[in-house]
Structure formats: C-alpha cells, structure tokens
Design a protein around this ligand. Structure first.
Ligand SMILES: [Zn+2]
Length: 269
C-alpha cells in the first residue's frame, strides 16, 4: 500500500493538491482553487487512479480566490463532501459559498475516519492567517504549507519526520524588489504575513529535511512574475546539495507527476 500526492496546479491563478492515503483511488484535495472541471481535467492529465467522483474531502488553507473557487458551491450541493477549515475561517467560508451542510470547522487536530490523523497549524498570512496541514496515515506522513509569511517554531515542530513535504517558495527577493508592483503589494508579500521567499523556503526545508526522512519535496505557489522555476531548482540544489529528497517544482496549469511513498521504503540515497 502506498500514499501519493499530485499537485494539480499551483499559482496565484489557482491551487489544488490531490492526496491519496492508500491505493483505493479515494483522495482528498488540499485547496480547491481550480474549478471542479479543472480538477477533473488535471486528474486525467496526471493519469491518476483517483477519479473525480472518489473525492472524499476538501481541506482549505484559507479562502482567497486562488485556494477556493466559488464554482465548487454548486458541485458540492450536487455531491456533498466535507470541507475542512480552521474554526477561525468558518464564517468567511460560509460567506464565500461553502455550503453550510459541508462545512466542518476544526481546531488543532482530528481523525479523518480511520484514514489519517490531521493536525492544523495556523500560519501567518494577511489578516486571518492560512492553515498548514499535517496528515499521518499508515503509509505516510505528509505536510502541506502554502501562503505563509514566515515559518514558526510551531510549524517546524508540527512538520517533524515527514515523508513528503509540500511548501511554497513564492518569490525571489531581487525580482520582487525590482518588479513594477506597487510598494504596498511588495510590503504585503514580503512583510512577514504574505509569502515565503526562496531564501525563507530553503531555510525551512533545510531544517525539515535534516534527518533524511523526507523522500519527496514539492515546491508550491511560485510567483509567475517574481520567480523562475530554473532559478529555484538551481538555488535549492546549491543550498541543499546533500538533500536526500527528490525535488519537484509545481507548475501553474499542469499537474506534477504522482509522487508515491510507502512506509517501508528506504530513503532515496
Ligand atoms: Zn495563494
């Protein structure tokens, strides 16, 4: 039995990651910033065993439009699945069109049936923050963190001993500073409650991969204006030459390969 993740798309235009905890074809989404049709298309493009109708739950990091597409409201009325948010996001989730019968506001931790234990960690992002998720299943320990302006000790502690880590690497500082974006926007992004720069991301990854448990590292939410996949890959390789994890850089409109892990598998040497 194995667990797998596939980032279906990741950018300020839309984020969604499919996670399967076993080989049953059932999956969850972390974020639904792609439309239902976009998710369906991406699953087919990825040749995923998961099929759209085997979606079991949606976890929302926060309610920004690139993480929750209101087009899901109608889909969820037709085919309801639980939508999990941190309690502080519940009101906004309802106002953003998450059907009340689907909404499951949660606190720090809960069990997703017998499938996985879930831990929610508040991370700094704009006014009400974003949520990082840790999933512990029989087959894998998986962490997902995006839209965070800084990395807290709490997050580092919550993400200890992962098998798969997905974390954002949003912008290159120099490209951000030199961009034609207005000053207030640069301040919002770089001010500690926006997004992680490549430097911040590499430092977090350095800490989280030090013990060699992480087998797949996925970088999320690269800015299309202020970052570059080639630069990010070279930077991570230069900064973390000894890293044992395979590195995957998510793309805005295309799914990543399906990344699998088995609990008994040895780390990639
Ligand atoms: Zn975002």
């Amino acid at each position: 039995m194995s667990a797998s993740i596939c980032v279906l798309g990741s950018s300020s235009r839309g984020n969604a990651t499919a996670i399967s905890f076993d080989d049953s074809g059932k999956f969850i989404l972390v974020d639904a910033g792609l439309t239902p049709r976009g998710v369906r298309t991406a699953l087919v493009a990825a040749s995923a065993t998961a099929r759209f109708h085997t979606l079991r739950a949606i976890f929302l990091t926060h309610l920004d439009r690139d993480h929750w597409s209101p087009s899901w409201a109608r889909q969820l009325q037709r085919a309801p699945v639980p939508v999990i948010v941190r309690r502080a996001h519940a009101e906004l989730a309802l106002a953003s069109g998450v059907p009340a019968e689907c909404l499951r506001p949660m606190d720090a931790a809960f069990a997703l049936g017998k499938t996985a234990d879930v831990r929610l960690v508040k991370v700094p992002h704009d006014e009400i923050g974003s949520t990082a998720f840790r999933f512990d299943s029989e087959n894998a320990h998986i962490g997902h963190a995006t839209d965070l302006g800084s990395v807290s000790d709490e997050l580092l502690e919550a993400f200890a001993d992962l098998d798969m880590l997905s974390i954002e690497s949003n912008y290159d500082e120099e490209m951000q500073r030199n961009s034609p974006r207005p000053a207030f926007l640069k301040q919002r992004i770089m001010g500690g409650r926006g997004h992680l720069s490549n430097v911040q991301s590499v430092e977090a990854v350095r800490a989280l991969t030090a013990n060699g448990s992480v087998r797949h590292l996925v970088l999320l939410h690269l800015s299309q204006d202020c970052n570059c996949p080639t630069l990010v890959r070279e930077f991570f390789h230069a900064q973390l030459p000894a890293i044992k994890a395979s590195l995957t850089i998510s793309r805005p409109y295309e799914p990543t390969p399906i990344l699998c892990v088995r609990r008994s598998e040895p780390a990639i040497a």
